[in-house]
Ligand binder design. Structure first.
Ligand SMILES: O=P(O)(O)OC[C@H]1O[C@H](OP(=O)(O)OP(=O)(O)O)[C@H](O)[C@@H]1O
Ligand SMILES: Nc1ncnc2[nH]cnc12
Length: 172
């Protein structure tokens, strides 16, 4: 895991002053490291019977799609507003400043389908909580979530449903 951590670049004051941005681009560009990362993300879920991976726009698409291939599951994109053709379900959520919205297509998940959420970063947890409510709204079965990076100080884990596993590979 230390080799992966060495490939996450910390960028001060991006995208706004005071934010220490964790940039996964160097990790993605390294073929061996990216493969190790997907293998590590897959590990806890190999016997889970996961049927669909929901990846969150935009960086969650990269990890989520690769993980879906590794786990022989389908991939379902959860997108920012007005990107998906209707009909869609939408959930509004709070960011540190202002709010945002996530959408899924109505037919994207089947009722009872076993779903894993994937994103690159867990910060305040608002995004992952919104994604979990979309899965709920579509009557699919949420089995848990995996993120590459957990920013512990932002306390996103406190907003996560305690009964479902939430795995993170790297914690800062
Ligand atoms: O836990 P939270 O406080 O909700 O923050 C985590 C979210 O923030 C980032 O997304 P961003 O909105 O920057 O989108 P991007 O992937 O399109 O850059 C990151 O990729 C997570 O989705
Ligand atoms: N500090 C951070 N770095 C990268 N992505 C983020 N998403 C929310 N906070 C972030």
């Amino acid at each position: 895991m230390q080799e992966l951590a060495a490939l996450i670049r910390a960028v001060p004051d991006f995208p706004t002053p005071g934010v220490l941005f964790r940039d996964v681009a160097p990790l993605l560009a390294d073929a061996a490291a990216f493969a190790r990362c997907i293998d590590a993300l897959a590990e806890p879920w190999r016997a889970s019977g996961v049927q669909a991976i929901c990846g969150i726009e935009a960086r969650g698409f990269i990890f989520g799609a690769a993980l879906a291939q590794e786990l022989h599951a389908g991939f379902v994109p959860l997108r920012k507003p007005n990107k998906l053709p209707p009909p869609v379900v939408a959930v509004d959520y709070q960011l540190e400043y202002g709010s945002d919205r996530l959408e899924a297509q109505n037919e994207a998940l089947k009722p009872g389908e076993r779903v894993l959420l994937v994103d690159d970063v867990l910060a305040t947890g608002g995004t992952l909580a919104a994604a979990a409510s979309l899965v709920d709204r579509l009557h699919a079965e949420l089995i848990g979530a995996s993120v590459v990076i957990e920013l512990v100080a932002a306390r996103g884990r406190t907003r996560w449903q305690g009964s479902k596993p939430l795995h993170s590979l790297l914690r800062y």
